[in-house]
Design a protein around this ligand. Structure first.
Ligand code: UDP
Ligand code: MG
Length: 336
């Protein structure tokens, strides 16, 4: 368990502000989780009820193509479940954003819908929140179950992301976390469309505690994050939280220019001293193609940033809700 340094008086102050009977919103992003969602919601409900929390369970259906919606609706008669149906698949980051926008608890719990995050640690997370921490987040104990390629990708990604950045995003953190209302409001105030949630949680600050937890295998269904989607998310994270990919070309440009000045001097001096025998075609080809490659690459990096600026300036809503089935509501679902 590690915490950013938080003075005791500040924790005590925050602890004193916690309501005696807090309302907990449990947010589950779900894409094709029909095999898991019913058991997960029942488990979460039992856990929170046991500790006497007043609670709501929010499932954000991210355009599932299986029976996820049906499974959740069946449970609405017995559990305090709100179902937010997004108009299509927007991806996990946006599904979490929709859940955060709609929750009304004093504190929110974010948890995956596939049992990879162990629900049994939630009471401990909430106890730390009551002690005064505004965010309690899970760090995975190990990445043993993951492929070598995914592990390598993650390691490289975090190294690049944190290169030269003062605000380090810790490696191996997960979306599994407890957020106080102050963090929920801070996240709601962040309007960006390219959302890398782990970066955003980190950016908002407040008092935080990391807790190491184990990660289970996915219970049913399959993971939606293939290498391509991970790469997309990685690029969003990098471009949203780091200028290093832009700056690296200034450095490369300087090194290449300096080397070419040195080479030009060398050619000039040797021609003056020994004349010329017209050698150097291979050098010319190598230099031209190398520079061509470097220029295309740097234009590609610029393009990545410009493409994201383009999505930001359009100011489109983050998502659309097609239907909102509120917990305990006898009325018809609200079409948005
Ligand atoms: N998820 C989502 N939208 C997506 C992909 C995933 O809401 O487009 C949800 C999914 O239902 C699960 C969580 O995000 O609750 C994590 O997804 P997954 O298990 O596929 O990813 P992994 O655990 O392999 O990183
Ligand atoms: Mg998973």
């Amino acid at each position: 368990m590690t915490a950013d340094f938080v003075p005791d008086y500040l924790l005590d102050l925050r602890a004193a502000q916690r309501p005696a009977m807090p309302r907990v919103s449990c947010i589950v992003p779900a894409y094709n989780e029909a095999d898991n969602i019913a058991l997960l919601l029942t488990t979460l409900n039992a856990l929170l009820a046991k500790d006497g929390y007043e609670h709501e369970l929010i499932v954000v259906d991210d355009g599932s193509r299986d029976a996820t919606v049906e499974e959740v609706l069946k449970l609405q008669a017995t559990l305090p479940v709100t179902l937010i149906q997004l108009s299509r698949n927007f991806g996990k980051e946006i599904a979490l954003t929709a859940g955060i926008d709609h929750c009304d608890g004093d504190v929110a719990v974010l948890i995956d819908g596939d049992f990879q995050h162990p629900p049994e640690v939630i009471p401990d997370f909430l106890a730390h929140w009551r002690r005064g921490y505004d965010m309690v987040y899970s760090v995975r104990a190990s990445r043993d179950g993951e492929s070598l390629a995914k592990r390598w990708f993650t390691r490289t990604f975090y190294t690049l992301l944190n290169l030269g950045s003062a605000l380090k995003i810790p490696e191996n953190t997960q979306d599994f976390r407890v957020l106080d209302r102050c963090i929920i409001e801070a996240l709601k105030a962040m309007p960006e469309r390219n959302r890398f949630m782990k970066g955003l949680y980190n950016w908002v600050g407040f008092t935080r505690l990391a807790v190491t937890t184990h990660t289970n295998d996915r219970m049913g269904g399959v993971s939606s994050f293939n290498l391509w989607r991970l790469l997309q998310l990685g690029l969003t994270g990098l471009t949203s939280f780091s200028n290093v990919p832009l700056r690296v070309w200034t450095f490369m440009g300087s090194v290449i220019s300096l080397s070419s000045i040195c080479y030009a001097l060398h050619v000039m001096i040797s021609t003056l001293l020994w004349g010329t025998d017209l050698k150097g075609w291979p050098t010319l080809i190598v230099a031209t193609s190398f520079l061509g490659g470097v220029q295309l690459l740097s234009i590609g990096v610029l393009g990545e940033y410009i493409g994201r600026i383009f999505t930001e300036v359009k100011l489109r809503p983050h998502y659309f809700v097609s239907r909102l089935h509120k917990a305990g509501s006898k009325e018809d679902p609200v079409d948005q």
